[in-house]
Design a protein around this ligand. Structure first.
Ligand code: NAP
Length: 289
């Protein structure tokens, strides 16, 4: 099927998608660069994912993003998988190369870029504590394991998921610089923070409307830490407020959101993404809520 006009379509497949800031962020960026692209969000229930992915080919979409619950289920529907997506075991970006659908994962790299740009952290030889073992934790843990850390602690409410993630992380690490990977309970995570350089909250604890919730006791935070919180609504979580008070450097979730989008933007358009504009767009939208 050939499109009748010149607009290049991209979008998001998820369920639900109504809360997503990606259409706003990408459409501002396309307009800013004068690109005849459009990004739309589609609520696709799980049983219709194969038809939706086939639709990307049939309708000639340039690509799309994937969010909960499709990041893993989409893999068998694609023609090729990028190395990072294969290691992480999840895809958040599809690029349509003349009918061949290639799966990428920009979450881990987006997180790392935003972390290093915003905090200047040196990861080599350090220790990170990751709270959570869900989809976002997978991308972050695998990426951090390939960044020269000497130790990674994974703490999750459901221990089995943390154990499974630890095996994935161990297998994905770059030889010979394989970090020690430990699994602890969320309660035990507090004592592991004392000699860590990075603490990452990948759980949804602290998200609106539960904005006073914190994933661990704030007394354990200290000035040598960089504290990342993936939660971006609110813009500053209770964890980040406490981290600031303890003298730690903080890294809010909005940076990862923008950088993972910017990388997808670059895959689709071949152009450098207008990062500052995308950041301001998302920031202003979140602030107004
Ligand atoms: P997910 O796959 O559903 O994982 C959720 C994680 O949070 C699991 O580890 C879960 O533990 C834990 N959790 C949830 N409620 C909890 C509670 N009450 N007590 C303890 N642990 C709890 O979700 P996800 O996709 O990884 O997303 C996680 C968070 O990251 C969300 O807030 C999301 O908005 C945010 N996120 C941000 C970005 C960004 O760009 N900034 C990107 C992706 C995600 P169990 O395994 O025990 O259920």
């Amino acid at each position: 099927m050939e499109r009748e006009n010149n607009t290049v379509m991209t979008g998001l497949l998820g369920y639900p998608v109504s809360h997503s800031l990606s259409p706003l962020m990408h459409n501002y960026a396309f307009r800013h660069l004068g690109l005849a692209y459009h990004y739309a969000a589609f609520a696709v229930p799980p049983h219709l994912l194969p038809s939706a992915v086939e639709g990307i080919r049939a309708l000639g979409f340039r690509g799309c993003n994937l969010t909960i619950p499709h990041k893993v289920a989409v893999i068998p529907l694609l023609d090729e998988l990028d190395e990072e997506a294969r290691l992480i075991g999840a895809v958040n970006t599809i690029v349509n190369e003349k009918g061949a659908l290639i799966g990428y994962n920009t979450d881990g790299k987006g997180y790392l870029r935003s972390l290093t740009e915003e905090t200047g952290i040196l990861l080599s030889g350090g220790k990170a504590v990751i709270l959570g073992a869900g989809g976002a934790a997978r991308a972050i843990a695998v990426t951090l394991a390939r960044s020269g850390l000497k130790e990674i602690v994974i703490a999750n409410r459901t221990r089995d998921k943390a154990e499974e993630l630890a095996s994935t992380v161990f297998a994905a690490a770059l030889k010979p610089a394989v970090p020690a990977v430990r699994v602890v309970s969320l309660e035990q995570a507090a004592e592991k923070v004392a000699d860590a350089g990075l603490l990452v909250n990948t759980t949804s604890i602290g998200m609106t409307p539960h904005t006073e919730d914190c994933p661990l006791p704030t007394e354990v935070l200290h000035a040598e830490l960089v504290v990342s919180d993936l939660v971006y609504a609110p813009l500053e979580t209770a964890l980040l407020r406490a981290a600031k008070k303890a003298g730690a450097r903080t890294h809010p979730g909005v940076g990862m959101l923008v950088h993972q989008g910017a990388l997808a933007f670059q895959y689709w358009t071949g152009r450098e993404a207008p990062l500052k504009l995308m950041y301001e767009t998302v920031w202003n939208e979140l602030k107004s809520k």
